[in-house]
Design a binder for this molecule. Structure first.
Ligand SMILES: Cc1ncc(COP(=O)(O)O)c(C=O)c1O
Length: 416
């Protein structure tokens, strides 16, 4: 029987058309960055794994799962350039970041260095961990707009002290959508013997990732963003010298069984209890399917999406009357632009998201794009994503819709 991850698309690639994707084709979907989107062959692979699990759950969990996960580690390891045996497959980056923090023996006075562009789930876990351990968080402020990647290196390295125990830095930041120069930061941390965690939730599939070349202590990744794998397909690379302490937040019923041929690290993550492993099992299909969308495979796809987001950002920036916020070298396939503030009287409008403007874009224009606040100044921003199903017309539509909705906000200010 053909393993499900070798299912190939039966129709020729038509990457610019939505019907190959699970997305609602009536939407102008400009937020691949938050939760990705699924190609049909990937959804089919996951469904095939679910069917296999349900046909004989005992065989699936007791006999087959371990080998299937090893296959995923192999494929993912070759995509990320690291050893498969150094990879743990987990539900998501949130779990991976929390596991790392809980695996680190932090003492009162220890410093955990982060930037002010890190993701909220890390900040929340840091609140809990610092309360418990007495360690403290030091935040390096990274300006936005930003002139050069060197600013990130200077600010982060400048905030390292004799008490710095670990450094967390995003490979591609969430709200600001910036590619950070992590190599220089990792190199310096390694030189000083400081644990360094690269939060790559956004990087695999958006920009090239070379874990061997980077050599961090930990590299956290998501399948369900730019690899377009199913939701719940996270992973983490753990450097061999940290694998003994990188224990799951909950230990499974199997891990006490001695298996001289298999490391505790692998056994810990071979089985985390009964659950749906089909998302991580479908990662290889996602790598194959996405990699076959364009002639030239992944490098061509990343280049296409980068060029598209650059053009899209130009269109939206023009409609907003703002300048690009960073050099092109700090852009992958997402770009963030500043928005004006609404009148104070509009501040209490209800929202399903983070800002009523996002509701308006969705309800009145069918556009899905995040509107957030970021940084110490709580600057309101819009972040656009580019995936191969997007077209330049969609960014034009966003530009027009933003201009219209912002004019409405301004008119309220004038008439209030
Ligand atoms: C930089 C970064 N880290 C971590 C996460 C958490 O990812 P997940 O929701 O898959 O746990 C995100 C989510 O957007 C993110 O952008």
């Amino acid at each position: 029987m053909t393993p499900p991850h070798l299912i190939t698309a039966d129709d020729p690639p038509r990457p610019l058309e939505n019907p190959r994707w699970g997305l609602d084709p009536s939407l102008t979907f400009l937020n691949h960055g938050s939760y990705g989107a699924l190609l049909h062959p990937v959804a089919q692979a996951q469904a095939a794994y679910r069917e296999r699990m349900e046909r004989d759950p005992v065989r699936f969990f007791k006999s087959d799962l371990e080998g299937l996960l090893d296959g995923v580690r192999e494929r993912l390891g070759s995509f990320l350039n690291c050893r498969p045996i150094d990879l743990a497959l987990v539900q998501n980056a949130t779990v991976a970041l929390a596991t790392i923090l809980n695996a680190t023996d932090l003492k009162p006075g220890d410093e955990i260095l982060i930037t002010d562009h890190e993701y909220q789930s890390l900040l929340n876990e840091l609140d809990r961990v610092t309360l418990r351990t007495g360690a403290k968080v030091v935040k390096a402020e990274i300006p936005f707009p930003i002139a050069s990647p060197d600013v990130v290196v200077e600010r982060v390295l400048g905030a390292i002290s004799a008490r710095t125990r670990m450094v967390f830095v995003s490979h591609v930041t969430s709200t600001s959508g910036l590619v950070f120069p992590v190599k220089a930061i990792v190199d310096e941390c390694n030189r000083r013997g400081i644990d360094v965690v690269v939060d790559g939730a956004h990087s695999p599939g958006q920009i090239p990732v070379d874990i061997r070349g980077l050599n961090p202590t930990y590299f956290v990744g998501s399948g369900h963003k730019w690899l377009s794998a199913p939701k719940g397909s996270g992973f983490v690379y753990v450097r061999p010298d940290r694998q003994k302490t990188f224990r799951p937040l909950a230990l499974s019923s199997r891990v006490h069984k001695a298996r001289p041929e298999r490391s505790l690290f692998l056994r810990d993550y071979d089985y985390f209890g009964t659950g749906d492993y089909t998302a991580v099992l479908s990662i290889p299909q996602a790598i194959e399917s996405m990699g076959s969308l364009l002639a030239g495979s992944w490098p061509a796809l990343m280049r296409h999406n980068h060029e598209l987001v650059m053009r899209g950002a130009e269109v939206v920036a023009r409609a907003l009357g703002v300048e690009p916020q960073s050099p092109e070298s700090m852009i992958g396939c997402m770009a963030t632009l500043p928005l004006p503030e609404p009148a104070a009287e509009l501040a209490d409008r209800p929202t399903r998201y983070d800002d009523p403007l996002q509701d308006a874009l969705f309800e009145r224009h069918g556009i899905v794009v995040p509107i957030w606040r970021m940084g110490a100044r709580e600057q309101r921003v819009v972040r656009i994503s580019a995936q191969v199903y997007n077209t330049i017309t969609q960014y034009e539509r966003l530009g027009e819709a933003l201009a219209k909705e912002l004019a409405g906000e301004r008119a309220y200010r004038v008439s209030a």
